[in-house]
Design a protein around this ligand. Structure first.
Ligand code: SF4
Length: 433
């Protein structure tokens, strides 16, 4: 009857995924279906991902967050990464991207898909070298597509494909000096392959074949920004915009085939450029959902890049970004451990929620109002249960016990909440007694 969510929406068929998303996001079913049909909302839901609880990404929906995981040559422990998957799902990650970059990644990917109720994304170009066990330059264009097909068969919901880095973009890149060149891992691999083989981007050249695979499995394409800025100096330059224009053209081709699209974006970027970048993406890519990797608003904070990216992510999402890729304190330094991952998720969820309040996402502000009431009532148990990180809130309170239970060790009996509560109910405040 239909192959993809987009085809169903165009035919006026309300899928079970659309129905559950409309209900959980308090959006009218018809409005949601229209937006899926237009491509403004993507529902990454591979037909072979049976454990998935589908979510939507796009116009009018809550901002989603992604967690990157996966094994590397220096940290190849699959079990450790699977432990992180469990924690990421418990901490309400909406998506998990497997960025494994070493050896045979199939074992981790398959286990991840089986256990993940969150959307699963991958970057097949990372996998190609390990999959074929041969050097990058020796991989054939068709072989890259075969890796994509393998990921689709395994049940991957969305794949990052750097199809916008075509020959024209490469030539423009060579004429425009940057400090950090190409920082996208997949983008740098595709650039190297094109240069070593003196060839066009295999995904750009074979885009229709890629669409065949994605249509068959309803695998969403997340069009990667190979030329995203890797430092503030390189942001919003000719290369980045050139690639964005191409991504807009590819988006239209995909939508004609009912393949869902998400557009990836920067990167590192000064605060005053973020809103303009969001507007440009929405205009040039026809309101396709926008997924940003940061943006990190300064380059000088290794160890704290969950904060630099949460600042940029909140501003970007408030301006219309739909999907935030988390960044951990380990960014630029090492593979994140479990604690890095937790901090990254919390920072990203704060950014997403702050933006949702600004975007007037239904019910977003209710959470804050519940917390505010518990604070005014000095109801510690209520405050803990509403805290975005309940464990940390409980631990901090326990580590510094006040003399009076209705205060904390910051102001003691000068607690403004206590004073106002007492005075407004006609009691004395008794600060000295
Ligand atoms: S004592 Fe001060 S910081 Fe602590 S809850 Fe009361 S007003 Fe807030």
């Amino acid at each position: 009857m239909y192959k993809t969510q987009m085809e169903a929406a165009k035919k006026g068929i309300l899928t079970k995924e659309m129905k559950s998303i409309a209900e959980s996001e308090s959006m009218d079913e018809k409005v949601l279906m229209e937006r899926v049909a237009k491509g403004e909302i993507a529902i990454p839901a591979n037909k072979n991902h049976s454990s998935l609880l589908a979510k939507g990404v796009g116009n009018g929906l809550s901002t989603k967050i992604n967690v990157n995981l996966g094994i590397s040559k220096d940290c190849p422990d699959v079990d450790k990464e699977l432990e992180k998957v469990k924690v990421a799902i418990d901490m309400k990650a909406d998506a998990i991207m497997d960025l494994s970059s070493f050896g045979k990644t199939e074992e981790f990917r398959k286990k991840l898909i089986t256990m993940s109720t969150a959307m699963v994304g991958t970057v097949p170009v990372y996998d190609a070298i390990g999959f074929y066990d041969k050097e990058l330059k020796d991989i054939k264009a068709e072989e890259f597509l075969d890796v994509v097909r393998k990921h689709a068969e395994d049940g991957v919901d969305f794949v990052t494909i750097h199809a916008g880095l075509n020959r024209e973009a490469v030539n423009l890149f060579k004429r425009n000096e940057r400090i950090t060149n190409i920082v996208s891992r997949g983008g740098s691999l595709i650039y190297a392959w094109m240069e070593l083989n003196n060839a066009e981007n295999p995904f750009y050249e074979n885009f229709d074949k890629l669409l065949d695979i994605c249509e068959e499995y309803d695998m969403t394409i997340s069009l990667g920004d190979a030329l995203r800025s890797g430092c503030l100096n390189d942001a919003t330059d000719a290369c980045q915009i050139k690639e964005l224009i191409t991504l807009g053209e590819l988006t239209k081709r995909a939508w004609k085939r009912n393949v869902q699209i998400i557009i990836e974006g920067p990167g590192h970027m000064a605060i005053d450029e973020i809103e303009a970048n969001v507007k440009l993406e929405k205009k040039l890519c026809h309101n396709a959902p926008f997924y940003v990797l940061g943006p990190l608003v300064t380059d000088v904070a290794p160890g704290y890049d969950h904060i630099t990216s949460a600042i940029g992510g909140a501003i970007a999402a408030a301006a219309g970004v739909d999907f935030l890729c988390y960044v951990t304190p380990a960014e630029h330094l090492r593979l994140p451990n479990l604690d890095d991952m937790k901090e990254g998720i919390i920072a990203s969820r704060i950014a997403a929620h702050a933006a949702d309040i600004s975007k007037k996402v239904p019910n977003a502000i209710d959470w804050d109002n519940r917390m505010a009431k518990y604070r005014a009532d000095i109801d510690w148990e209520g405050m803990f249960t509403e805290a975005i990180d309940e464990e940390k809130a409980r631990r901090y309170r326990k580590e510094s016990t006040p003399e009076n239970e209705d205060t904390c060790t910051m102001c003691g009996k000068m607690c403004s909440m206590r004073t106002m509560k007492k005075v407004m109910s006609g009691e004395d405040v008794n600060i000295l007694k």
